[in-house]
Unconditional design. Sequence first.
Length: 115
Amino acid sequence: SMVVIGNKLLPPSGSVVKIIFLKLKESIPDEAKSEILDLIKGLDEKFPGIGQITVGENFSPAQAKGFSIALIAFFKDLAELESVDSHTKLVNSQKEKVRDCLDSTIVVEFLVPSG
């Protein structure tokens, strides 16, 4: 879980942060976008290794080359991230639900440094 130091909210050192940006196809109706947001919000229930997940819709897509949804997930450590990734069948089934709606994705993962 997050640590508060002074007025900063920090993930603990050694934890892993995964950030994903989604660019939806222009033809996607609003209901499909809502379904995608709901699916992402429920991922931490399907994958207990996810410590926390936050998802939101970009309110300034013109500055983001059309990427309209972002999510950030926190994992206790690299092993937890790998345990989620190892559930290949479940991971693929979740990806399959949104794949047809996506134009592009960007995934960034990093280890939170100490100090």
